[in-house]
Design a protein around this ligand. Structure first.
Ligand code: PLP
Length: 392
């Protein structure tokens, strides 16, 4: 791919070449457990601990290598490995970077299973895990210890939506030689240039926008630095995190439309968020593009888009039972986790049980705005609010 192409063109065109004598746009689906070598010498020449040619199906075929190259390009990185889920990508970063006696810092709003895994590492593996205020910015410097090896960032947090000052966190970490990883799933790698803002390792849940179909589970870890990539490569090989080629193909098939889908989610979500802001039932709209959202100015400074995921806080006069009634009354918005697909979703969260600190009284509900008509989605929310107001 030549450098002069715009990012949208790069999402459509790839460097993949079909076998000689055949040509077509789709990437071939190369299934393999056994990979064949022409000679013993050729087999011995391939290093299965690194991504240097094909060695065994678990470590990749032309289908995975093509997706990995494209993901590295989208994020502005140089190296990428795909794994069976976003959570597997988190696991791979943790196990590549941490060992017994080390310390890891995570934002208090971090994706729940990442938090759960960090607590497991602390309980059973002798790695301390400490949680910081996602709005801490340069103040992270005071938390860094001599044994701190990894700082996780997730910006915005995917439920409470605080936007972190990632460049300030990275600058403080760099002074102490600490690696900073970012869960960049909210921006799909399209709306936040992680490496340009100082991040060392990007983790993506491809399950969301990259797949776009609410049907594939997959994750990726992307780096620019060769030494960090080497550690990720070793972890990938040791963990056995292979992915199915049909799933890889489904993600490849979705890439050309990702930017257009993301922008459509973004436009619809901003319209619905602004509409919700006018409603008397809603105390705050936690959408990074709106001033209610903690870190809104940082989003304005660092991001170029927003996607479809945001949350609202209800006025405290509405009980949990009433808010649940609102969610149950919705017909277009379905109740379910995840996001980035065509269907709108809605989930009420019990924040007090998820965080060390949570200052709001009213209940939080998260919306994933899909690709339906905004008029229909607003009508659905309106009738849901009516049902809530009628409930006692
Ligand atoms: C912010 C964030 N990171 C990571 C993940 C994990 O992705 P997966 O479901 O593919 O394990 C999720 C999934 O909900 C998520 O919301």
């Amino acid at each position: 791919m030549t450098k002069k192409n715009s990012p949208q063109t790069a999402l459509v065109h790839s460097d993949y070449r079909a076998p000689d004598g055949f040509d077509a746009f789709p990437v071939g689906i190369h299934h393999a457990s056994t990979v064949l070598f022409p000679t013993v010498a050729a087999m011995r020449a391939r290093n299965w601990k690194e991504k240097s040619g094909y060695t065994y199906g678990l470590h990749g075929t032309p289908t995975t290598f093509t997706l990995e190259a494209r993901l590295a390009q989208i994020e502005g990185g140089r190296h990428c490995r795909v794994v069976p889920s976003g959570l597997a990508a988190i696991t791979m970063v943790n196990l590549a970077m941490l060992k017994t006696g080390d310390d890891v810092l995570l934002p208090d709003n971090v994706y729940g299973p990442n938090r759960e895994q960090a607590m497991w590492l602390e309980r059973d593996f002798g790695i301390t895990a400490r949680f910081y205020d996602p709005l801490i910015g340069a103040g992270i410097a005071e938390l860094i210890q001599d044994n701190t090896r990894l700082i996780w960032t997730e910006s915005p947090g995917s439920v409470s939506m605080e936007v972190s000052d990632v460049p300030a966190i990275c600058a403080a970490a760099k002074v102490r030689g600490v690696v900073v990883a970012l869960d960049n799933t909210w921006s799909a790698g399209l709306a936040f240039a992680a490496f340009d803002h100082g991040i060392d390792i990007v983790m993506q849940a491809l399950t969301k926008y990259h797949s776009g179909g609410s049907d594939v589970l997959m994750g990726a870890v992307i780096t620019r630095d060769d030494e960090l990539n080497h550690r990720i490569e070793l972890a990938h090989m040791r963990l056995g995190f292979g992915v199915g080629m049909d799933d890889v193909y489904m993600v490849l098939r979705s890439l050309p439309s990702m930017r257009l889908r993301f922008d459509a989610h973004d436009a619809a979500a901003r319209e619905i968020a602004s509409w919700l802001k006018q409603r008397p039932e809603i105390a705050k709209v936690l959408h990074p593009a709106l001033p209610d959202c903690p870190g809104h100015q940082i989003w304005q400074r660092d991001f170029t888009g927003a996607g479809g995921l945001f949350s609202v806080i209800f006025d405290p006069r509405f009980s949990e039972v009433q808010i649940d009634r609102f969610v149950d009354a919705l017909t277009l918005f379905k109740i379910g986790f995840s996001w980035g697909g065509a269907h709108s979703l809605c989930v009420p969260y019990r924040m007090q049980s998820m965080r060390q600190s949570w200052g709001h009284q009213g209940g939080l509900v998260r919306f994933n705005i899909g690709l339906e008509s905004v008029v229909d989605l607003i009508a659905d929310i309106k009738q849901g609010l009516l049902a809530m107001n009628a409930a006692t």
